[in-house]
Design a protein around this ligand. Structure first.
Ligand SMILES: Nc1nc2c(ncn2[C@@H]2O[C@H](COP(=O)(O)OP(=O)(O)OP(=O)(O)O)[C@@H](O)[C@H]2O)c(=O)[nH]1
Ligand SMILES: [Mg+2]
Ligand SMILES: [Zn+2]
Length: 317
């Protein structure tokens, strides 16, 4: 039996496409249990995983028999009420949160949740505001406000247009020789961005439903694409809401808001949760606009256990 190491580049239910160390690709099933400590996940194997494959004799198919320890991963609750997790991608160098101000509108809450999830594994995150070509002057100002909020807390933020190429060179520079992943709502243009970065892939893109101004979940499986300028980009299915897994331990949440964490040593109580305590430096800074108030509000809401859907309504009107 021929054994190879390889990286998972596509997952479609029970089949996993693995790029092998001999340069070939193999569609593989799984043998064995790939359990994670303390977490039940719906997908045992994710795009980005390094695995060992046993090739089936005289066939292009194989079996995944071993999973290397993951360096990191982006994970979310698989559905709103579920305790199960879904690993979006693993072993990544950076997350690109793809947001849009219209068609569809992405809430700050959605962005903050993805950022929290990235921080939990110390994965650098960049915010892309796509469809810049569609924005009215007022919306351009709003895009500037987003940029101000997120750059002030340490996240590079770039307004881009996948369709006319605006600022795409900046994105290419960041992506070169790195393994990156796009995360965002359906219809924000993740697949269009991949097509723009790597012409010729012809990934299927979808319309925006005119009734709801939302995408139609065109991409259904995560897939890693090689970039000619060096590096890899993982396109993922759009998600409706980002259920956080990592913050069951509430006292840790502040660690995942860098600006809050930085201030917390100035709070009167060293176990301050920055919610109701007197002498809280974080609350004071938020009220004085020294840190973005929207981020502080979202921190409080996540502490309260609010679901993200609630916030989407605000922005859809
Ligand atoms: N005007 C404009 N339209 C864009 C831009 N980027 C994407 N679109 C359009 O937005 C729609 C959705 O694009 P997709 O690339 O399919 O979006 P997605 O994020 O991959 O969506 P899912 O696969 O459903 O998660 C398509 O009609 C694209 O043409 C952009 O920069 N400007
Ligand atoms: Mg897509
Ligand atoms: Zn505090």
């Amino acid at each position: 039996m021929e054994k190879h190491k390889g990286i998972v580049i596509k997952t479609t239910g029970s089949w996993h496409t693995v790029k092998l160390d001999n340069g070939t690709q193999s569609d593989c099933t799984i043998r064995g249990k790939f359990r994670m400590k303390g977490i039940r996940n719906t997908n045992p194997i994710a795009v980005g995983d390094w695995v060992t494959v046993e090739l089936n004799p005289n066939e292009e198919t194989g079996v995944i028999t071993q999973l290397e320890k993951r360096k990191n991963y982006i994970i979310r609750k698989s559905t709103k009420l579920s305790k199960e997790a879904h690993i979006i991608a693993s072993n990544i160098d950076q997350v690109f949160v793809v947001a849009t101000l219209s068609e569809p509108a992405t809430s700050l809450m959605f962005i903050d949740r993805v950022l929290v999830s990235a921080e939990a594994y110390r994965i650098p995150a960049v915010l892309l505001i796509n469809k810049f070509d569609l924005l009215t002057d007022d919306q351009k100002e709003l895009a500037e406000a987003y940029k101000y909020i997120y750059e002030s807390v340490g996240y590079k933020t770039i307004a881009v247009s996948a369709t006319n190429g605006y600022n795409m060179n900046q994105v290419k520079d960041l992506m070169t020789n790195a393994s990156s992943v796009f995360v965002g709502l359906s219809g924000v243009g993740k697949s269009t961005l991949v097509n723009s970065l790597q012409p010729g892939l012809n990934i299927k893109i979808g319309e925006i439903s005119s009734a709801h101004q939302q995408g139609k979940h065109t991409t259904t499986f995560a897939q890693m694409h090689a970039l000619d300028f060096g590096g890899y980009i993982i396109d993922t299915p759009g998600i409706r809401s980002f259920g956080l897994m990592e913050v069951d331990k509430k006292e840790e949440l502040s660690h995942y808001f860098p600006e809050i964490f930085k201030l917390s040593h100035k709070c009167r109580f060293n176990n301050c949760t920055h919610t109701h305590e007197p002498g809280c430096a974080v609350k004071e800074a938020a009220q004085n606009d020294e840190i973005p108030f929207t981020r502080y509000e979202n921190y409080l809401a996540i502490m309260e256990g609010d679901e993200e859907e609630k916030y989407r309504k605000d922005i859809y009107g």
